[in-house]
Write a protein that binds this ligand. Structure first.
Ligand code: NOJ
Length: 553
């Protein structure tokens, strides 16, 4: 089942329709607004858009509580507007991925409403019920501190129901064949309307055994193959990008030994080590995380990211490492969330320091995987810590210096636009950055171009090199007799490193593809590099003689 592997070298841009662009002036972003911004996204160079949930929903968890899977939330437009949008994206060569939230529904979903009101309802078994409160009801909450339990009594049903997330998100009984058939139908529906695949929400929970008697839920991995097969039978090059924050030894269970399950997964393991590296200037745990998650089927790919719409989950770092990240990037309690993470956006975490921002994005873009950025990253948007939980990092896109940052003509946008200070729309916005050749926006556009010109990163084998300095990370990618080398200095000071590129590199030249300059191997066969504080260098390994020799022409 191998098809077009476009996702191996895609550049994914994640956005929420609600906060991207409001065309009709009601304060809420909509598909018509997004449609008008497609040329902006095409100009930036992204090749895929990941849309956060936009289906009908009471919107109590930013749309991750769906009440109708076959419709667009009327606040964002109509199905017609959606199809116009996917068509517009296709015309510009941009694929559209959408969130697929099928671990649970909203409690307002007609299935749940029917199920709770009648024990004989055909939907009763679509959810998980128990007469008694299960002994482990106060375990396994995903939102500790906010969520009290995983089983809640429902007066109407006269039973407890299971919810892995908030109590308004009852879990679907995903082992029920009728539920499974419906999940496939949902995928088939959106595929027909022009999407290229799904970011599947909460995958480990979707496939876990569920029920009052389950104490150690086992994963039903076969379900992943079923989803994958169905999707590819409908549309050969469509994909699933799984949200699965699992330990490395689980990875192959999700990808499938032969790549027959999920094509992509977010690499949460590397994400946490990446933040530790930025906080401590020690790249060793990151190199280890890269190595630990290296083995995967040829057709599988990692989604690499820095920050997303949730908190930065540091749950898998050691206590000491976690404290290092907290004290560097989120020292205040108001910046932390759910006892395990930081809820800020990246730019304020790095105090708006361009050198560090560039280092962070350059690093993320050159890790073994496909980069996923979030709307606003390209201009260095900030957060609003006065907003509750994760909303602080979900404020409207800042387009210009017009009122409401040009997001809406309405004075009361769905979430307040950040105003005042270095990250306010008056100072940080697209319009101004568009005109400034040195802006973050124009830098990001160049970075995206550079990533596209180095497909070795997506296709090739990644070899970490020893630079002799724990703060200098060097990764070499080899693909079809070509090599690319990326070097990052995590240190806040300039350093000189001397290292072996690790190829038979007599005469190999490192040609800088970011800036002017190149490096010749010294007599001892090693390269010596002087790196500024937080410097990043991308090289192509070249030199005509050397390449001819390697290709044995
Ligand atoms: C993961 C999503 O990323 C998060 O935003 C959401 O709250 C939960 N899944 C529940 O759907």
């Amino acid at each position: 089942m191998i098809n077009d592997l476009w996702y191996k070298n895609a550049v994914v841009y994640c956005l929420s329709v609600e906060t991207f662009m409001d065309a009709n002036g009601d304060g809420v972003g909509d598909f018509q607004g997004l449609q008008r911004r497609l040329d902006y996204l095409a100009g930036l160079g992204v090749t895929a858009i990941w849309l956060m949930p936009f289906q009908t929903s009471p919107d109590r968890d930013d749309g991750y509580d769906v009440s109708d899977y076959y419709n667009v939330n009327p606040r964002y437009g109509t199905l017609g507007d959606f199809v116009e949008f996917t068509h517009g994206a296709k015309q510009r060569g941009i694929r559209v991925l959408i969130d697929l939230v099928v671990n649970h529904t909203s409690d307002e979903h007609p299935w749940f409403q029917d199920a709770r009101s009648n024990p004989d309802s055909r939907y009763r078994d679509w959810y998980l019920w128990s007469d008694k409160k299960p002994a482990n009801a106060d375990e396994g909450m995903v939102f500790p501190g906010v969520q009290k339990s995983t089983w809640t009594y429902d007066e109407k049903a006269k039973q407890y129901y299971f919810h892995r997330f908030y109590d308004f998100q009852p879990d679907l009984n995903t082992a029920n064949p009728h539920v499974q058939a419906e999940l496939l139908k949902i995928m088939g529906f959106w595929i027909q309307l022009g999407v290229a695949g799904f970011r599947m929400d909460a995958v480990p929970f979707v496939i876990a055994e569920k029920g009052a008697e389950v104490t150690k839920p086992k994963e039903q991995y076969d379900m992943l193959r079923m989803f994958r097969e169905f999707l590819q039978w409908r549309l050969g090059d469509s994909i699933i990008l799984a949200e699965a924050n699992v330990v490395p030894k689980e990875n192959l269970n999700y990808f499938g030994e032969d790549g027959e399950r999920m094509q992509m997964m977010f690499n949460f393991h590397v994400n946490q080590a990446l933040f530790y590296a930025l906080a401590s200037a020690d790249g060793r745990p990151l190199t280890k995380a890269i190595t630990d998650t290296m083995s995967r089927p040829q057709t599988a790919q990692w989604g690499m990211f820095l920050r997303n719409h949730d908190e930065l989950d540091l749950g898998r770092l050691s206590e000491k490492q976690r404290q290092t990240v907290f004290s560097e990037f989120g020292p205040d309690k108001s910046m932390q969330l759910y006892d395990r993470g930081i809820r800020r956006r990246l730019a304020p975490m790095l105090k708006g320091d361009r050198r560090r921002l560039e280092l962070a994005y350059s690093l993320m873009f050159s890790l073994p995987g496909t980069p996923v950025i979030r709307y606003g990253d390209e201009i260095g948007m900030g957060d609003d810590l006065s907003l509750p939980e994760r909303n602080c990092a979900r404020t409207p896109m800042q387009w210009s210096t017009e009122p409401q940052g040009g997001f809406s003509k309405n004075e009361k946008p769905v979430l307040p636009v950040i105003s005042g200070g270095a990250f306010g729309f008056e100072h940080t916005n697209v319009a101004q950055q568009r005109r400034d050749p040195n802006s973050m926006l124009n830098w990001m556009e160049r970075l995206i171009r550079m990533r596209k010109e180095a497909p070795e990163i997506g296709w090739g084998d990644c070899v970490p090199l020893d630079t002799g300095d724990k703060g200098v990370l060097a990764l070499r990618y080899d693909w079809r007799e070509n090599s690319v080398l990326v070097v990052h200095n995590l240190n806040p000071t300039p350093v000189e490193v001397e290292f072996d590129v690790g190829l038979d590199d007599d005469g190999a030249t490192l040609i800088d593809i970011v800036d002017d300059g190149s490096s010749q191997a010294q007599k001892n066969g090693k390269h010596k590099l002087l790196l500024d504080a937080y410097a990043y260098r991308w090289f192509r390994v070249g030199g005509l003689d050397y390449l001819l020799k390697r290709r044995e022409i």
